[in-house]
Write a new protein. Sequence first.
Lengths: 320, 327
Amino acid sequence: MLVYVIRRVGYMIVALLALTLITFFLMKQAPGSFLTINIMQSGLQTSGHSSYSMDVLQEWSERYHIGEPWYMEYWGYLKGILTWDFGTSFQYPNTPIMSLLVKAFPISLGIALSSIILGLLISIPVGIFAAMRRNTWADSGAMFFSMLGTSIPAYILAVFLIMVFSLYLHWLPSMGWRDLKNYVIPVLALALPMTGSMSRYMRTSLVENLNKDYATTVIAKGGSKRDVIYRHVLRNSLIPLITIIGPHLAGMLMGTVMIEFMFGIPGMGQLFNNAAGSRDYPLIMVSTFLYTLVIMVMNLLVDIIYGLLDPRIRRSGMSD
Amino acid sequence: MADLLTVQDLWIEFTSKRGTVKAVNGVDFSLRKGKTTGIVGESGSGKSVTVKSIAGLLARNAKVTGGSIDFEGCNLLSLKEKQIQAIRGNKISMVFQDPNSFMNPTISVGKQVMEPLLFHSVCSRKEAKERAIDMLAQVGIPSPAVRFNEYPFEYSGGMLQRALIAMALINDPTLLIADEPTTALDVTVQAQILFLLKKMKETRDMSMILVTHDLIVAAQICDEIVVMYGGMVVERAETQTFLKRRAHPYSIGLLASTPRVDASIERLKPIEGSPPDLRGALPQGCLFAPRCPYRTERCTAERPPLQQIGPNHQVACWQAESEVAVS
């Protein structure tokens, strides 16, 4: 198990290095630079960036080896990431990138995680409900709604939710970011489409396991239907579900970018969007790195949980 | 001796998209206390469906359309789900065909073996574990305390079938139903498992039904043999009587088509034709008639009832008496 985790972490480091390199080239290839977009067009003074003192410019020039070959410049960024000293961004020269991240990152991760958790909390019971009544009208009904959920994209659902809860019912704010109420619609908009596919997946997986011989054994031993589901089948059905949570999470982090934009939430999505738009190189590098790191760590966690649930992998697959 | 189980005129149907399949058509047999009955027949003869209905384990699309199953004085078919649940794994236990698929792959063998005790609230979890380890030892699993924590994939097929037997016996059932318990195993292991079943039956106050397609297996450990064909009992006799004086042409054919080690090399005689199609209405006459070498006109016109032709010997064949006279 430990060997497996160490090896996986090794792969992650290689992948992250490759990713920073690719990001660096794409970023440099994008037309324009921070200077041409923000300063040259409107001028330093008029854009309000009066704080670009010579000291700051000097520091950037040294840090990112401006005017030197590309690999020196790349090294400048990489060194910042490796030493966990991210420096300051072009847009906000007086605030360390770290403090921008500390503000924005928990918001995005919070939205993504609560959406996943809400999605699981809805889809697992719906899946059980449908599987226990398989091939009845209750099953078909539940599966119809889940299909509806899958086919509606998050941003359309968001608009619909705003109409219902903000415009007509006046229960929830339509945008902004002040208190917990602001969380509700974005999280619902991200979670509900996900429950569509996940509850379907859950149902199929449960039915497949319920039809297996070992489920008959449980009944033959004197177990009830509940014993079959909760002691035996559910656990085995969760194993495949967990494998799709990883990719879902990646999709979720991407989904938050759009939702944050719609609702004006000051999360990573907005930070990244602004950084990319204004060619704020240091912020692009760091936030891309962070996004990837989170997705990889989550995938690793998912795989570890997968192993914990399935003894066949725990005892053989992970050690070889 | 008193009968522990009496199956009377049992009818079972399966509904599928392609119509109704009449799987069991008026089966009668009984099992005496402390005895072993072997139910023998080809696949599709309804033997497995019959025993599954005793344990209330029929598939969702199966329906009992008539008859009764009396066990210790009550009709199992009239019981509610809760009541039959109290009997399953307690008084009536089952051993299945393929131990690999009938064990949950992600739960340790020991935990699965002790479950019947927990389902029927027999004892505490701690005591259940001790009893499970003891039971594993009884069925011949070496170092049972260690193997208790191992998973099905870490067991061999034979060992896993032993564990499945331990699971079935842990609540001291009065009736053990073994549904083709050796079919999925290697030949050498088959004999060990049969011997184990026989020993287990003898050392406790238990009766057993052994379902098999192999007459030789049945003859080795059963007191009585019930031969099924097309969802009906065609012959029923005590094992010794059956071996000496089997009278139904199907029983005779079944034994002649079984390879034997002790006999000199002769050609096996397969039974010509194929099992009857049980979809739709049944033919009027004997179901075996199309494959029967002794067929007469009466056989295709009228179905023979199960008749007594000797002490503890019943046959459903119009020709039975004349055949016995010949052999």
